[in-house]
Design a protein around this ligand. Sequence first.
Ligand SMILES: Cc1ncc(COP(=O)(O)O)c(C=O)c1O
Length: 397
Amino acid sequence: MTLSVQPHLAAVDAPPIWEAQGWIAGRTFPAQKPLIDVCQAVPGYPPADAQLDHMAAALRLPETHRYTEFGGIARLRDALAADINRSYASGGAVARENIFATAGCNQAFCLVASALAKAGDEIILPLPAYFNYTMWLQMTGVGVRHVPFRVEAHGVPDLSDIRAAITPRTKALVLISPNNPTGAIYAPNYLNAAFELCREAGIALVLDETYRDFLGCEGAPHALFQRGDWQDTLIHLYSFSKVFCLTGYRVGAIVADPKFLDEVGKEMDCVAICPPHIGQIGAAFGLEQLDEWRRVNSAKMSARLEAMRKAFVRGDLGYALVSSGAYFAYLKHPHAGRKSYDVAKRLAERQHVLALPGSIFGPDQDDYIRMAFANVEASAMDDIAARLAADAMDLSW
Ligand SMILES: Cc1ncc(COP(=O)(O)O)c(C=O)c1O
């Protein structure tokens, strides 16, 4: 290629999901040992019929074909504010002005990170780190500061490690709860302490709660929205992809101080003008009408998690379940010294289980692989465990 690509972008690795899917491209799998795809975090069931009907009817309305305000339609912003105030018991602390709809949570992160940090600044991503966030920071020249993976804490980062990672260039700490890739759920007290730490350091706490509907327990995920000062430090990110199975419609949201969102609006006007209108309509309908559907599917995910945990206790598994929750399981593989890339590739080729290597989640992750089991029925967990056990026994490379 003769075109010159800016060096920060050129240095970033190819998107890992597509690379892993390349391992199985063009392959067929026998009926007695079909492919089990636990590579990408997508719900394995369709959106609600009522939601699809609503979106189909909306397609016939002239206004659906037009741009929306760059922060999203009022209907969606009101519905999300109400949903947050109810789910987090925040008594009306979150208003329409605090909500900014985006084309998915990935875009929400990119807009937020670029609003907070310029090239040369730093953002803290604890290990293991969600690869798309690392990639965005790398390609925009923002320094990624990692915090060590705490296996003994099942993936919850140590606050003293976070404190030690803060430098005069640091602009934000990014936490994801429930976490991708570990599934770890950060307790309300922990999140409050992280908020305090960020507030004292004068940096933002960017909290991605894409999987908050899959906590597997009742009650508010945290009490940060109840704090009178939440807007000074907290930037909350959300996604409609998983909760309503709208991955292809691209809808997410930023919840933050309206003045910060005015700055984000300048970015959005340039990159997309607004999030997809039809996706916003579908997401708003979901928030307004699908509480019960959401509850039932969240329970389904909890059942898959339980089935996976049960299946993975077998003595000959070889793999150790380090942490799990929501959509994910993070496993230590039994092939000490082998690269996780080779382990995951061999697992796909010989056992027909497509998982992601730990190495794509940052340094020191070569002992691990990630499974996103949300798209696999609970009944398949024993089969996965049996194939992992067979892989552990397979010493030929
Ligand atoms: C933690 C996390 N944040 C954001 C996203 C992206 O979500 P969206 O589809 O809304 O862009 C994902 C998707 O896997 C995710 O795991």
